[in-house]
Each structure stands twice: as structure tokens, then as C-alpha cells.
Design a protein around this ligand. Structure first.
Ligand code: GUN
Length: 291
């Protein structure tokens, strides 16, 4: 069994990006600038955005965090987005999700200039991804592809089962794993809350990508020997013995499944850090495209 070490690979990627940024600085070029907008006070979202900003510092990017109150109106957020679209100093920006209920998420994502949409959530970019055109691939799916690539996990002709059809992970992942090339060329099954007999499906999978957000959902008896297991779950489970009062728990029963898997991602330290590294990669790409 091989652990897909997202922490190590993401550090390698950050080193590679930093080397490129150092070269940009030496030749007097502008360095990439990422902005992140966070609306409200959701603890997990604040943690993620904080990590994104720290990652920018580590690789030498400029970063701007924009905090807006929980009562921000849709119009106020759309005005902020327009300001960021027009600001020539900002190469890319993200609107951290989820948004408060008074705000229509689709409307907001459509307002982002596709050339600055480093999350790859705008329909233009999502459509380009589905059509194999050059675009921004959403950071979590991009991170999973990069892990499979760097560990040379064979995906060709394999049966990949995806659990969860979110717009951020499951849906794009189902498109990407079925694409021509590597990683790709998989036969994909996209499962979700209406799927019947999920165990029958997962037990036939060569590769399982679980993006459900239900702690320990995937049990050893649902998985065949030598399967590749990618755990995208990051749920905070209350735990009084830990200093933060919670522990981050994945969708996968790691202890038991790791005994039979060929490759497996840990939580934490698997897909999570890869998401941040690939957001940086997309931001660098956005800067390069604007030159
Ligand atoms: N919320 C959960 N994942 C993400 C992500 O990748 N990007 C943004 N903007 N919000 C998220």
C-alpha cells in the first residue's frame, strides 16, 4: 500500500512555483496577485481562506483577503466582484463558498471575469474543461489529477467510481477521469444520494473518489482488494480531547481500508493541501496569460 502524500507533493509544487516567482522577480516582472473574498464568519471557510493567503506568502505571491459581513447583500458582493474584475493589479480571485442564503451563488459565480476565475467555477471555464479546451480546472479535481499523475497511478481502462455530484468536486471529477489521456481514460460511474445499492458499485471499482462529507462512510467491505482510494471528505467532528475541540475526519475508514488498498490518501494531508497548491498554480497561469 502506498500513501498518496498530498502534503509532500503540495510542498514540492509550492517549491516549483516559488522558483518561477523568484525568476519573475529577478527579471522585474509583476508577481501573481490572488484575492480571496469571504462573506460571513464560517469557521471552516475562514480557516481555508487563511491557508490560501499563507500559501501565497510562502511562494512569493501578493495576496488580498476581503472580508464582508454575514449580512452583505447580493448587490454589494456583485459590486465588489466588478471592482476586482476591473482591478488590473489582481490576476485572479476566488469567492469562498458557501455564501449566506440571501446571495444567489450562481449569479455571483457568473459575474467573475472568466480570465480571473482561478477556481474554474464560471460556466465558460467549466464548459471549456468539459470540451478539453485550455481553461482553469477547479483546484480540488486538479489536485487529485496531479496526485494520480505524480504517483503514476494507472487510470487507463479502469473503473472509477465517484461518490457525490457537487459542482466543486464530484461533477468535474467525473468529466476529467473520463477524458482522453492520463490521468483519464477511465470508465466513470457517478454515484449520489439517489444511487441504489452503492456497495455493489463501489465493490467493483478500481478507483474510488469519495467527496460526500459523511465521516467514515466508506467501509472496508465496500472496497475490493488493491483499489485506489481518494478521500476528499474534510468534516469537523466534535472531539473534546483535541485542542481545537474537533478533529478533521474523511469519508473513508482509513484504518481498515488502508490494509487492502493499493494507494490511499490520508485525511488530513491528502487532497486538502493539493487543493491549495493547485489554486496557486491556476493563479500563476492567470498571471502568465495576462502578460
Ligand atoms: N468551498 C469549498 N471548496 C472551495 C473551493 O475550492 N473554492 C471556493 N471558492 N470555495 C470552496
Amino acid at each position: 500500500m502506498t500513501i498518496l502524500d498530498g502534503k509532500k507533493v503540495s510542498n514540492d509544487i509550492k517549491d516549483e512555483i516559488k522558483a518561477q516567482v523568484d525568476k519573475m522577480k529577478e527579471s522585474g516582472e509583476k508577481v501573481p496577485h490572488l484575492a480571496a473574498v469571504i462573506v460571513g464568519n464560517d469557521g471552516a471557510s475562514l480557516t481555508y481562506v487563511g491557508s490560501k493567503v499563507r500559501a501565497c506568502e510562502r511562494v512569493g505571491f501578493e495576496s488580498t483577503m476581503i472580508r464582508m459581513s454575514n449580512t452583505t447583500s447580493e448587490v454589494e458582493l456583485l459590486d465588489k466582484i466588478e471592482e476586482l474584475n476591473q482591478n488590473d493589479d489582481i490576476d485572479g480571485f476566488i469567492i469562498q463558498l458557501p455564501l449566506p442564503r440571501q446571495i444567489n451563488t450562481q449569479k455571483v459565480l457568473m459575474a467573475v471575469d472568466p480570465s480571473k476565475d482561478v477556481d474554474g467555477f464560471h460556466p465558460e471555464n467549466f464548459g471549456k474543461m468539459a470540451l478539453d479546451m485550455s481553461t482553469f480546472i477547479p483546484a480540488t479535481p486538479f489536485g487529485i489529477l496531479e496526485l494520480l499523475d505524480r504517483y503514476k497511478v494507472d487510470t487507463d481502462g479502469k473503473h472509477t467510481v465517484i461518490i457525490g455530484r457537487s459542482h466543486i468536486v464530484g461533477r468535474p471529477m467525473s468529466i476529467l477521469m473520463g477524458r482522453k489521456g492520463f490521468p483519464g481514460n477511465s470508465t466513470v460511474t457517478l454515484t449520489h444520494s439517489h444511487t441504489k445499492n452503492i456497495t455493489q458499485i463501489t465493490s467493483q471499482a478500481d478507483i474510488i473518489i469519495s467527496a460526500l462529507g459523511v465521516p467514515n462512510f466508506l467501509k472496508a467491505e465496500m472496497v475490493k482488494d488493491d483499489a485506489v482510494i481518494i478521500d476528499v471528505g474534510i468534516t469537523r467532528v466534535p472531539d473534546e480531547s483535541s485542542p481545537k475541540g474537533y478533529i478533521i475526519t474523511g469519508d473513508v475508514d482509513f484504518e481498515n481500508i488502508s490494509k487492502k488498498a493499493s494507494f490511499i490518501t490520508p485525511v488530513p494531508g491528502g487532497v486538502g493541501p493539493m487543493t491549495i497548491a493547485m489554486l496557486l498554480k491556476n493563479t500563476l497561469l492567470a498571471r502568465e496569460r495576462r502578460m
